[in-house]
Design a protein around this ligand. Structure first.
Ligand code: NDP
Ligand code: 8X3
Length: 251
């Protein structure tokens, strides 16, 4: 029987590529996101690879929706081997003193509270089977801060801390936890951050070769394919043109 991976935020970017790559690696998939049509389209694409897929449309910020979605899982779908906590976003680049409260709430509620709500529902299913692997998508913004990154960086520092905490809390239950910290990956991330301003989003990656969503998906597949006794704890991945959260070289 195929293993099962549960991937949040699979309608775009890193989550979408991870869904496709894990399907190719032989996993059946539970994929989530808020955009129902996209989710269905991606589910169709994955089914064409001959694996089973269960699309679940909900907002990770809503604890009731998260609870109901996971509690409704039946039969084999409860046997989740891998959880990829990927759904997340940055909104805005304002300095703290000009920060927009709604942007802050969206980032904290999605990146921190959403990740916690999902983990709170899925981890007990893994513990019941005394096995499982949780992959948290953090960021280089969770290692360092940069001007205008304030609250986004704080949420990703929180993810970094939660990865360490989860690994300790579920150590005795043999649950692996891998923290993945990417630098610049060209996805819809910057379009969301700049609130639909395509020009500003494009400029983020101008003059350098950013990572692709597939680059990150390949690393995730590698991490979840390690032998039972091997756990990759923390992986930082940047484009060659990026040294850390601040320093990049452009042509
Ligand atoms: P995208 O914007 O392309 O994808 C984000 C995904 O998250 C979408 O599928 C979106 O689905 C989902 N999502 C966002 N908010 C919610 C919500 N409230 N409920 C459910 N799903 C949600 O960006 P990326 O692929 O780049 O981002 C994925 C993760 O990677 C994020 O956690 C991001 O912080 C992190 N990251 C990104 C980097 C980058 O440079 N791109 C670098 C480092 C980390 P939908 O809108 O359908 O709900
Ligand atoms: C996204 C990478 O550099 O925009 O997490 O913070 S960055």
């Amino acid at each position: 029987m195929n293993k099962i991976a549960f991937i949040t935020g699979a309608t775009s970017g890193i989550g979408q590529a991870t869904a496709l790559k894990t399907a190719e690696a032989g996993y059946d998939l539970i994929i989530t996101g808020r955009r129902k049509e996209r989710l269905e389209e991606i589910a169709q694409k994955i089914r064409a690879k001959g694996v089973e897929v269960l699309p679940l449309c909900f907002d990770v910020r809503n604890p009731q929706e998260v609870h109901e979605a996971v509690q409704r899982l039946e039969g084999k779908w409860q046997n989740i081997d891998v959880l990829v906590n990927n759904a997340g976003l940055a909104v805005g680049v304002s300095p703290i003193q000009e920060g927009i409260l709604d942007d802050w709430e969206r980032m904290i509620d999605t990146n921190v509270k959403g990740l916690l709500y999902i983990t709170r529902e899925v981890a007990p299913l893994m513990i019941r089977r005394q096995k499982g692997h949780i992959v948290n998508i953090a960021s280089t913004a969770g290692k360092e801060v940069y001007p205008g990154g304030n609250v986004y960086c704080a949420t990703k520092h929180a993810v970094d801390a939660l990865s360490k905490a989860m690994r300790m809390d579920m150590l005795k239950d043999h649950i692996k936890v891998t923290n993945i910290a990417p630098g610049m990956v060209e996805t819809e991330f910057s379009l969301v951050r700049y609130k639909g301003d395509a020009e500003a989003a494009k400029n983020v990656y101008s003059g350098l070769t950013p990572l692709s969503n597939e680059d990150i998906a390949n690393v995730i597949v590698f991490a979840i394919s390690c032998p039972e006794h091997v756990c990759l704890n923390d992986i930082v991945i940047t484009p060659t043109a990026q040294a850390n959260a601040r320093d990049v070289v452009r042509k």
